[in-house]
Design a binder for this molecule. Structure first.
Ligand code: SF4
Length: 357
């Protein structure tokens, strides 16, 4: 049962959402910069760890230079296991922070520190902490898409693939949940578990734009298509899903399901890896009401798009954009993350690689 406590809307106002600007370079220039990045990575003993939503050039570079492309927790896991001294995280800031929290001894760089996330921005640590203080009887469970400071205030961190299982476990222990920051994912978890959850009212500006009515029309045009949906999407979209899953789960479902056509409701950056995973199958973007006034990111995260080849080269040349965190915050933020990892270990299953955003 959701508690009837008034919660203010923590979605980011449109004016605070940047335009999605994709770097377009001639092929020769891309090749020149990529070659220079390879050289710098080798000189510095660094690896690129990229998220599925980033530019295909960055994902290709990561793949071809012994780096890694995945979801955020798996990115952090890779960073931990890698012998590299420097991790260059291509993604958004909370991913760089998570990599640092799990690998405090390593240097963690990012192409830009301005790559934020609407979920992270919509959950300021001081306000969140004060709200938690008002709900002392609730277990604080936060999504991976939060700042280090918010994780430091939490009892548990979960990913989209582990959230239902963790919340079910807590419900069975009689615990009531304070969930943050994504209201759609929180609503989905509440529906799945029946747990008593108080939901912070944040949202992802990309997934919130997927539209239920237009999706129904698209499905009617492609009756054989399976619908793969990330649970940060609105309930009207989730209701039509054949599979609700994390980014890694969406790629796995496309591989395993017996269908030739998939309609995919998540950031279209994932299509680079999806096409590699299921060559020959037809992949269609779920509708975001088109490139209209109401659609600012149009299925591509404006902050992910800030990760460009040019910025990556500059970062490696200057050492700029290092993730630096207070050691006390690192220590506190490790606790909710390690709880999740221990939980997964106790159940003899791997959360790593079955990630989140
Ligand atoms: S796609 Fe959404 S959840 Fe992911 S980084 Fe962008 S704003 Fe955040």
């Amino acid at each position: 049962m959701s508690a009837a406590i008034e919660m203010r809307d923590h979605r980011l106002p449109p004016e605070q959402v940047p335009e999605t600007v994709v770097e377009i370079l001639p092929a020769a220039e891309r090749a020149r910069i990529s070659a220079r990045i390879r050289e710098l990575l080798g000189q510095q003993g660094a690896v690129v760890v990229a998220h599925y939503y980033t530019d295909p050039d960055l994902q290709r570079l990561a793949d071809e230079t012994a780096g890694h492309v995945s979801d955020s927790l798996d990115m952090a896991r890779f960073g931990h296991d890698s012998p590299a001294r420097t991790l260059v995280v291509c993604g958004v800031r909370f991913m760089g922070e998570t990599a640092k929290i799990l690998n405090p001894e390593k240097r963690v760089l990012m192409p830009t520190l301005e790559a934020e996330c609407s979920l992270d921005l919509g959950c300021p640590a001081a306000e969140f902490s004060a709200f938690c203080d008002q709900q002392p009887d609730r277990t604080v469970v936060v999504y991976a898409n939060t700042s280090a400071a918010v994780k430091a205030r939490a009892d548990w961190m979960v990913t989209s693939s582990s959230a239902v299982e963790v919340v079910s476990f807590l419900r069975d222990r009689g615990e009531k949940i304070l969930w943050a920051p994504d209201r759609y994912l929180g609503d989905y978890i509440q529906q799945q578990t029946g747990a008593d959850m108080l939901l912070w009212q944040g949202a992802c500006v990309v997934h919130e734009e997927f539209k239920g009515l237009e999706l129904a029309e698209l499905r009617a045009k492609h009756p054989g298509a399976k619908v793969l949906v990330h649970p940060e999407s609105p309930a009207s979209v989730i209701r039509q899903a054949d599979v609700v899953a994390s980014t890694t789960g969406i790629i796995r479902a496309a591989r395993e399901l017996d269908a030739d056509t998939f309609i995919v409701a998540t950031d279209n950056g994932i299509f680079y890896k999806l096409q590699q995973a299921v060559p020959g199958k037809t992949l269609i973007e779920a509708p975001t009401a088109g490139r209209s006034a109401t659609c600012k990111s149009c299925a591509h995260c404006p902050w992910m798009a800030m990760n460009t080849l040019t910025r990556l080269q500059r970062t490696l040349e200057t050492g700029a954009n290092e993730i630096l965190l207070d050691p006390a915050v690192i220590e506190r933020a490790q606790r909710p993350i390690k709880r999740l990892l221990n939980f997964a270990g106790e159940r003899r299953r791997t959360i790593y690689g079955a990630g989140d955003a």
